[in-house]
Every structure is written in structure tokens, then in C-alpha cells.
Design a protein around this ligand. Sequence first.
Ligand code: NAD
Length: 496
Amino acid sequence: MKTVGHLINGQLVEHESCVQDVFNPATGEPSKQVSLATKSTVEEAISCAQAAYPAWRNTPPIKRARIMFRFKSLLEEHAERICKLVGEEHGKVRHDAAGELQRAIENVEFACGIPELLKGEHTKNVAEQIDSWSEFHPLGVVAGITPFNFPVMVPMWMFPLAIACGNTFILKPSERVPSATLYVANLLHEAGLPDGVLNVVNGDKETVDVLLSDKRIKAISFVGSTPIAQSIYTAACLHGKRCQALGGAKNHAVLMPDADIDNAVNQLLGAAFGSSGERCMALSVVVAVGDSVADSLVKKMCNEMQKLKVGAYDDNGNDFGPVISQAHKQKVLGYIDSAEADGATVVVDGRNVSVSGYEKGFFVGATLLDHVTTDMQSYQKEIFGPVMQVVRVQSMEDAITLIDNHEYGNGTCVFTRDGEAARYFSDNIEVGMVGINVPLPVPVAYHSFGGWKHSLFGDLHAYGPDGVKFYTKRKTITQRWPSSGVREGVSFSFPS
Ligand code: NAD
């Protein structure tokens, strides 16, 4: 069986005795193994990144940008291969992997503008013959730790921009989906990136612990589940590192009585079940305002859900694929069982789905639960599967209170035809990303992505303008060149 190794100093290496199986979720069988980096492998990667830093830091931003332009072309040229690797290990269908790749490329396009983004600020004559300016310096060696659900896009929220800013980078992808990430990192080298600037170490907690404690790592970007995000943020801060740690989610869509329900149903199908619900922006709860709205929604959803096709990644006619693992499948099924036991109505039941030719695959069918209440485990926890839950309330105020009381605050959306209500909702809701008749309000690459509450630990959101701030530190210089022979007198106070 093939073993996926690491990318250190521009070379593919594989020196671990410790490996872990990588599964194809459609077949339910292991298809590869991945090396788990030990302390010495991670330290070697950090040493290479540190050695590459001085030259890379001093490489003109326009030259760094040119590498990013070539990288973008290579990503487009090799799109088929990348989507296949994503499908084989993550399970998402080709069309969904292509969407992920497109969003990843948009982050490279943003990084191509780095000369403009790093221009800094300048003021002539802050006092007589004194000029002042701010420069944005890279931090040094920085690291990224990424989740399984976007093997290409989430790593590329991080490393293109961090590298364009002049940092060198250690990436620790999810050990469950290592191949596509390693493949795109290789393409960046093909685009002309010098050795050591981007290093990829595969691994698990042991690998991450080295990144957290090593003094040479100046900042950590993390994306994953909330308990791990919180512990990474705490440990990184304890070690004096800058950290942004994006966590889990439970995203609510509010369906107002005046909404175009047919349109909302179409939007909700994709937003709830696309990628098997394994998206941090998946809309997994619909808060229906009024019982008649809820009844109409459930009836229409039920009809449309009969048409959904779940299956393997390589058939583009499928709407979504399997979940990531057998253990995760059991977890998702467990939440459906618990909701039913707690009194929710299972309107559409995806628990016993079987896909012909893929009987051992980790498939869960689209599931619809009605009459869900906020005390249920299935409501409180992130399910991360193809399960939509309907909660009934009587007013927008009730919907806002319910959403604000949830632990997570990643994304939300309101479906309405009333501009005033939409404005009130977006103004008052305690959530970081809001859609108005837009179910998945994922910010484009030149804005920034991040939730509130337990969906993000740290001050700055991911990518876009916040990404530039995160991966740089400000230096402000104040300058005077006295005319020769002119000497200033002594002063013990600020000039007034
Ligand atoms: P995860 O937290 O299990 O793993 C994320 C990363 O952390 C992986 O690289 C993993 O190897 C590493 N890791 C796991 N356990 C660790 C530990 N004890 N110590 C140190 N590192 C550890 O998450 P996942 O299952 O891969 O991804 C799904 C989760 O990610 C969901 O909760 C989802 O909402 C979240 N997510 C959030 C966003 C966002 O932008 N907020 C985006 C994508 C995914």
C-alpha cells in the first residue's frame, strides 16, 4: 500500500515507522497509509523553514507574487487530478471538489496582489521635517493545522497569503485526507517556490504538540473542531505565539412567513446536504417562524429530498458522497437516534441507506427531523452530517434569542422578502457571517472568514485583509535628517 510522506525542504520524504490508514470513504476500505511525523521530523521541517526565511523575507513582493500567478495556472491545469485525490480520501463528489478548488484558487488570486497589500502607510511632515511610516513585516516561521473537510481550500486559506507576506510555513494537514494537500504543495514548488519556504508534515496530536511548543514558530492558524481549537489557542498563547483558531458550528436559517418557500427549499437542500453536511457553514437547523411556515417547509422538503442521490465521488450525477469514517457515521446515526428518542419526528430517515456496489461505504442518507427542541443533544451539538433539523418559533425575536443562545456563532441566514426585517436581523444577530436570502454566506477571498462565540478563538478572521494582518507585524519608523551644523536643544517634554 502506498504511504503518503512529508514535504520538507522541497523533497518528498517518508522516514516514519509510525503510519496510519487512509480510507476511501466510498468503499469503506483503506487505500493508503500516511506517515505520522515524530518530533525529530517536525524539528527538521522547522529548521528548513527557518533557514529559508532570511532570503524569502528579502525577496521582493512582486517576485513572490509572480510565483503565485504561476501556482494559480498550475492549479487550474491539474484540477482533475486534485479533485480526484479529494474525492478518493474525503468522498466529496467531483462537482463539489471543483467548487472547493475554485474557492482555494481565489485565495491564491488574492495573494497575487501582495505588492499592493504590503504597501504600508506614509506621512510626510508629522512635525517639521519629520516623516513617519509604517511597514508590514513578516513574522518568521508560521504554521497551519487543518481539518479533513476541505483538504485543499482550508490549507489555501493559509499558506498562499502567509508565504506571499514573506513568512515561511509548516503545514500540518488532516491525517485523514493527506494526498491532495501534498499534491498542491508540490505544485507551488513547480511554480518556482524556493525549497524550505513551504513544508508539509503529516501527523496527529504529537506533531501538533511540537509546533505548539517550538519557540521558532511565531504564529499558528488552526481550523477544526471547537474543543481542539480552544486547546490549541490556549497552548499557543501560553507559548507566546499569535494564534487564530477557528472551531465548529451550528448554523441556523430563519424562515420568515413572507419568504419565497420554494426558493428557500432549493437553497436549503444544497446548504444542508451538500458535502454530506460536512461543512462548517452547513445550514443544519431551520428556524421556522410560525407553524404554517414549518408545515409547508417540511412537506416541500420531504418531496424534494426523495430526489437526492447519495453515492461515490466519481459519479458527478450524485448530489453528495459518504461521510468521512465509520466512526463518524455511527456518531451521526447516534444523533438521529437520540433526537427520535427525545421526541423529534423523523420525517425523512437516512439511517438505512445502501449504495449499490459500495455496500461498505460510509453513507448516510439525507435526514429531516421536525419538532426539534433546544434541549435535545442533536440540537446542541454539531452533527456534521446530512441531517436537517426544524425548530418552530413564533416570531423573529424568538429566532434571534434562540440563535444567540447557541454556543456557536459561525454563519446564519434569513429568508424573507422584508428588507427592514432582514436589516434588523443582520444588525442584531450574534453571528460572524450572515446571509440574507443567501444560504452559505462564505465571504469571498478579498473579505475575511470567521465566526463569533465558540466558532473562533482569537482576534483576526482567516484570509483576506485580516489574513494580511495576521501574517504580518507593523513597524513604524519616524525619521528626521537634520541639516548639517544644526543642533537641537534639550527637551524634557513632548512638543506642545
Ligand atoms: P479536528 O479538530 O478533529 O482536527 C483538526 C486538526 O487538528 C487535524 O489536523 C487534526 O490532526 C488535529 N488534531 C486532532 N486532534 C488533536 C489534538 N488532540 N491535539 C492537536 N491536534 C489535533 O477536526 P476535523 O474533524 O478534522 O474537522 C471537522 C471540524 O472542523 C468541524 O468541527 C468543523 O466545523 C470544523 N471546521 C471549521 C471551520 C471554520 O472555518 N470554522 C472550517 C472547516 C472545518
